[in-house]
Design a protein around this ligand. Structure first.
Ligand code: ADP
Length: 472
C-alpha cells in the first residue's frame, strides 16, 4: 500500500523533475536565441562595413559596380573588404570553388575552413543573403553568405566568416551556472515542501495507528497535540472520542454488573425463604406470614427493576424515532399529583403548583414517565410537613419544569452523578429497598430524546430538579 507520504513524495519528485527539465529547456532556448541575435547583429555591422569598403575600393580603382567581373575579386580586393572588420572573407564562384580569400590575421586562421561551404550556400542563388552558425570541432563560426551580382548576372558568393567561440563559451558558462542555481533552488524548495508536508502527515499516521487500535477494541493513550490547525482539531476530536467511548464502555460494564447484583439479591432472598417454607417440619405461622410478605415484596422489586430495564432498552431504540405531538403537560402533572393524594395526606405535604403554560410538543408517553418519576421521587424523599413546589414556566420558547422539595439530602458530589444508572443516596429514615437508582437515568434519557436538559440545584436538604424542554 502506498502511504500518503510516499504518494506525496512521488508526486513532488515528478513535479520537480518536470519543472527542472522544462525550466532548463526554456533557458537553453533563450540562450540559443540571444546568441543567434548577437551573431546576426554583429554580422549585420560587418556586412555594412565590408560593403562600404567594397564601394570605396571600386571608387578608388575607378571600377563600375555593374561591370564587375569574377576576376576582380582577387585577394587584394578581398583584403580591402575585410580590412576594418574583425572577420575573414572568401569569394566563391557560383559552383562553390574558392576564388580568393581576404584574411585579417592569416597566422591564426585555419585555412581549411574555406573548403567547407556554408550550410546555406546554395540558397544564395535566389539573391538571398544567408547567415549560418556552425560548430566546427568546438569552434563556433558565424558565416554570412552574400550573393554578388553584376548587371543582374551572378558573379559568385562573398562569404564573411567570424569566430564566435569566446562569446559562445561565455554564454555556455552563464547557462551552466544558471542551470546549477535553478536546479539547486528547486531541490531546496521541494525538499522544504516535502519536510513540511511530512510534518503534516505525521500526526495523521499516528492517528491512523491509534484508530486501528480502537477498531480492535482497545482504547489507546491520548495523542499529544499542540497544533490548532485542521489536523490538530482532528486529533483533539479523536482524543475526545476515545475518552467518551472508554467512559461509555465502562458505564455499560457497570450497568450490567449492577443489573446482575440487583437481580441476585431479591432472588437469593426469595429462594432462601422458599427453602425454609418447604421444610417438612416447618410450622411457625408468624415466620410464614413474614416470609411470604418478603417474597411478595422482593418479587415486586424485581418486577419494577425488570420494567425499568425494559423501559431503558425500549427507550434507546425509540430515541431516534420519538413520535411528537401536542402534549397537555399541565393536565398530566395535575393527574400525577392527584393519584398520590393518599401519600401526600399521609406525609402532610403542602403541594404548591404554578403553571404558566399548558402544553408543549413532545412524546406523551415518555413525558408522562418523566414527570411521574420526578413527582414520585419528590414525594417519596420529602420530609413530613414540608412543601413541594411544582412549577411550569416558559423562558425564550423553552418550557421549564421544576420540582423543589425539602427532605433527603443529596450530597453536592452527587449533583451530576445522580443521573447515572444505579446511583442512590443512602440516608437514615429512607428505605432504599424499593429504589433501583434507575428513575433519574430514565428521566435523563427522555430529556435528551427531547433535545432538552435536566439539572439539579442543591441547598442543604432542599433539592430542585429542573427540566428544560424546547416548547415546539
Ligand atoms: P430511585 O428513586 O429508584 O432510587 P432515582 O434514579 O429516581 O432512583 O433516584 C436516585 C437517587 O436520587 C434516589 O435514591 C435518591 O437518593 C435521590 N433522589 C431522587 N430524587 C430526590 C429528591 N427529590 N429528593 C432527594 N433525593 C432524591
Amino acid at each position: 500500500m502506498l502511504t500518503i507520504r510516499k504518494k506525496y513524495g512521488i508526486l513532488l519528485g515528478f513535479i520537480f523533475v518536470l519543472s527542472v527539465i522544462s525550466l532548463n529547456l526554456i533557458m537553453d532556448k533563450f540562450f540559443d536565441k540571444s546568441f543567434k541575435d548577437l551573431v546576426a547583429q554583429d554580422m549585420k555591422e560587418i556586412y555594412n562595413i565590408s560593403f562600404k569598403n567594397l564601394d570605396d575600393y571600386l571608387a578608388l580603382n575607378s571600377i563600375e559596380k555593374d561591370s564587375l567581373k569574377e576576376e576582380d575579386f582577387d585577394s587584394k580586393i578581398m583584403k580591402f573588404i575585410v580590412e576594418r572588420v574583425n572577420a575573414q572573407g572568401v569569394f566563391y564562384d557560383i559552383e562553390g570553388e574558392v576564388i580568393s580569400t581576404g584574411l585579417t590575421n592569416s597566422s591564426v586562421v585555419d585555412l581549411n575552413i574555406f573548403k567547407d561551404l556554408p550550410l546555406s550556400f546554395y540558397e544564395t542563388k535566389n539573391n538571398k543573403t544567408m547567415l549560418d552558425i556552425e560548430n566546427k570541432n568546438g569552434t563556433i563560426l558565424g558565416k554570412l553568405s552574400i550573393p554578388i551580382y553584376s548587371s543582374n548576372n551572378p558573379l559568385g558568393v562573398l562569404v564573411l566568416i567570424k569566430d564566435y567561440t569566446s562569446d559562445y563559451l561565455r554564454d555556455l558558462n552563464i547557462k551552466k551556472l544558471l542551470n546549477i542555481i535553478v536546479t539547486s533552488l528547486f531541490s531546496l524548495i521541494f525538499l522544504a515542501i516535502y519536510i513540511f508536508s511530512s510534518g503534516i502527515t505525521k500526526p495523521i499516521i499516528v492517528l491512523k495507528n491509534k484508530l486501528l487500535e480502537v477498531s480492535k477494541g482497545s482504547y489507546p493513550e491520548k495523542i499529544n497535540n499542540t497544533s490548532k490547525d485542521e489536523v490538530g482539531i482532528l486529533v483533539n476530536s479523536f482524543n475526545e472520542m476515545t475518552e467518551k467511548l472508554k467512559a461509555k464502555d465502562q458505564q455499560e460494564k457497570n450497568f450490567y454488573r449492577n443489573i446482575t447484583h440487583e437481580l441476585k439479591t431479591p432472588l437469593t432472598n426469595i429462594s432462601g425463604y422458599a427453602q425454609i417454607l418447604n421444610e417438612d417440619d416447618f410450622n411457625d405461622v408468624d415466620f410464614k406470614r413474614n416470609a411470604l410478605n418478603r417474597i411478595i415484596s422482593e418479587s415486586n422489586r424485581m418486577h419494577d427493576l425488570v420494567m425499568s430495564l425494559l423501559n431503558i432498552s425500549k427507550q434507546s431504540s425509540d430515541l431516534e424515532e420519538y413520535s411528537f405531538e401536542m402534549v397537555k403537560i399541565k393536565n398530566i402533572v395535575q393527574e400525577l399529583i392527584e393519584i398520590r393524594n393518599p401519600i401526600i395526606q399521609n406525609k402532610s405535604l403542602n403541594i404548591i403548583t404554578k403553571f404558566e403554560i399548558e402544553e408543549i410538543t413532545g412524546n406523551k408517553q415518555y413525558l408522562k414517565m418523566l414527570f411521574n418519576n420526578l413527582i414520585d421521587n419528590g414525594i417519596k424523599y420529602s420530609y413530613e410537613n414540608t412543601t413541594v413546589e411544582i412549577q411550569i414556566k416558559e423562558v425564550d420558547r423553552i418550557c421549564e419544569f421544576s420540582i423543589t422539595t425539602t427532605g433527603k439530602t443529596i450530597p453536592i458530589e452527587f449533583k451530576e452523578k445522580i443521573f447515572e444508572p444505579f446511583v442512590r443516596v443512602e440516608e437514615k429514615g429512607f428505605s432504599s429497598k424499593e429504589s433501583s437508582g434507575l428513575g433519574l437515568y430514565i428521566c435523563k434519557n427522555i430529556v435528551i430524546g427531547h433535545k432538552g436538559e435536566i439539572t439539579l440545584d442543591l441547598n442543604k436538604d432542599k433539592s430542585k430538579f429542573i427540566v428544560k424542554l424546547p416548547k415546539d
